[in-house]
Design a binder for this molecule. Structure first.
Ligand code: G3P
Ligand code: CA
Length: 366
């Protein structure tokens, strides 16, 4: 840096320090402006594992439904098959969402990554949904297969009226060394990285894992990234070390609601790490009014969102499905929401879909 420039920068600061005056705080860039910089919808509708309230999570039925209802992003959890193919699946285990126990009884406890794509493709990822949610069950969900990333890209690209973006999580990336590079290769091959002009803002990368954030930044420095936040193992240190079993709480939601970051610094150092390592936002957990399996620690308190915004970070909260929680989150200052119920969130944001869930499912053959 030329000396003259340095002097110009330093002198006012020195004078201010000498007279004891305080410099005016840096103005905060409005979050909508940050979102606009990256061509991210504000507020954003992020279809969590597709429209997974009404169709089996991470299947073509769920992703096509979210796409055709008008979601801004299709969210997915990325894993890798034994033979190296990128797939969308939330759990490491296949037991909850497939019939692996029937098809591969001796291997049923093995992780998805121990199966080849051909083996994974024999599994039924739809029938569990019909059993779990009989009021939303459909015969056409029986036999739905696990999807590859390529197949989800095909889905995202195949409605000429609306192309949603992709919001891709590296799930347990420590189990999949090199998955960040594999992801870059596929997104590049498919023309979905921002160096291609019409794909600006079409991909957001997300991870709970600090190391994976750094690897994603190294592989895809120009693609927006979000650091997911969580209190507990692998995330922020909680203010108390009481396990669920010790807590006496009736369910996990009630337990998680008692967990808070150890202190303010514990929270803000995650934001600083995110910012320093190229993230454009954070993805904090939220506590749901009516509890449930996806109700976690409340990391969307107004002061937390302010801390994020002061660092120029967007806030996308997970995973909210009801207007009462949409209201709380938006009042607290979040910039987008992961939801299983795309249509409800679009309604809430006054961007109603012209189609019902039933109509879209039928149009897509479900
Ligand atoms: O990726 C945001 C949200 O999906 C995180 O929770 O466990 O559903 O992946 P999870
Ligand atoms: Ca996820």
């Amino acid at each position: 840096m030329p000396v003259t420039v340095a002097r110009r920068t330093l002198l006012p600061s020195l004078l201010l320090a000498m007279v004891g005056a305080h410099a005016a705080p840096e103005p905060i860039t409005p979050p909508a402006q940050i979102a606009s910089r990256y061509a991210i919808a504000h507020p954003a509708v992020i279809a969590h594992r597709g429209a997974s309230y009404d169709a089996p999570e991470s299947t073509a039925a769920a992703y096509k439904l979210a796409r055709d209802l008008g979601a801004d992003y299709l969210e997915m959890d990325l894993q890798r098959s034994q033979d190296g193919v990128l797939i969308a699946l939330h759990d490491n285990s296949l037991l909850r969402t497939t019939d692996v126990a029937n098809k591969f009884p001796e291997r049923k406890n093995q992780p998805a990554s121990a199966f080849t794509l051909a083996e994974l493709k024999t599994l039924d990822s739809g029938s569990w949904f019909n059993k779990a949610y009989p009021d939303r069950a459909r015969p056409s969900y029986v036999g739905l297969p696990i999807l590859t990333l390529d197949e989800i890209i095909d889905i995202a690209q195949s409605n000429p009226r609306h192309t949603p973006g992709l919001y891709i999580e590296t799930k347990e990336p420590q189990l999949f060394p090199g998955i960040e590079h594999d992801l870059k290769r596929t997104l590049t091959q498919r023309g979905w990285l921002p160096s291609q002009p019409d794909r600006q803002g079409r991909v957001i990368l997300q991870t709970f894992d600090k190391n994976s954030l750094q690897l994603l930044q190294k592989e895809m420095p120009d693609t927006p990234k979000v650091l997911l936040l969580w209190v507990g193992a692998g995330g922020m240190t909680p203010d108390k070390s009481v396990s669920f079993a010790q807590s006496g709480k009736k369910d996990k939601a009630a337990y998680y609601a008692t967990l808070h970051p150890n202190d303010k610094t514990e929270f803000t150092q995650w934001l600083d790490f995110a910012k320093l390592n190229g993230a454009i936002g954070i993805g904090p957990s939220a506590a749901l009014t009516h509890g449930g399996d996806q109700s976690y620690s409340d990391l969307i308190q107004p002061w937390m969102n302010t801390e994020a915004h002061e660092r120029g970070l967007l806030v996308h909260a997970y995973t909210l499905d009801e207007p009462v929680d949409f209201n709380k989150a938006m009042a607290a200052g979040v910039d987008g929401i992961f939801t299983n119920r795309t249509r409800e969130l679009l309604n809430y944001y006054q961007r109603p879909s012209p189609h019902t869930v039933k109509q879209v499912l039928q149009q897509n053959g479900y």
